[in-house]
Design a protein around this ligand. Structure first.
Ligand SMILES: Nc1ncnc2c1ncn2[C@@H]1O[C@H](COP(=O)(O)OP(=O)(O)O)[C@@H](O)[C@H]1O
Ligand SMILES: [Mg+2]
Length: 105
């Protein structure tokens, strides 16, 4: 939800607004959320708590969404990353291990 909300925010002024969600069923499950916004300004900072490029006082703009998402995904042993697509827009990818019943105590 956070990735989709961020994609919607990023595309506010974009001429074409499109979100593509794709699943890759490989050794791990990989979910990618891609948008047609301007892309990520500072990819190295997006997971930092309180990093935000959004206007102060807007409903978003606390800069905690991706930091929380990062912690959650890490706690499941997964991986989250955000990059810019070569032909424009941002792509966020979440990789997770499959749930296995025999892992539960
Ligand atoms: N889809 C995206 N496209 C471009 N920049 C993004 C995208 N998602 C996140 N960002 C950047 O990462 C920052 C941090 O995101 P987040 O932690 O969710 O905080 P917030 O949404 O409150 O700003 C955003 O302010 C924005 O600069
Ligand atoms: Mg956000």
């Amino acid at each position: 939800m956070n990735l989709i909300n961020n994609a919607v925010d990023a595309m506010a002024d974009a001429p074409r607004k499109q979100i593509e969600i794709s699943l890759e069923v490989g050794p791990r499950l990989s979910v990618a959320v891609r948008d047609t916004g301007p892309g990520i300004a500072e990819p190295d900072r997006i997971f930092d708590p309180f990093y935000s490029t959004k206007a102060v006082g807007s409903s978003e703009g606390m800069g905690l969404g991706l930091s929380i998402s990062y912690g959650l995904v890490q706690s499941f042993g997964g991986n989250i990353r955000g990059t810019n697509a070569p032909d424009g827009g941002a792509v966020f990818t979440v990789e997770l291990d499959y749930w296995k019943e025999d892992k539960v105590a």
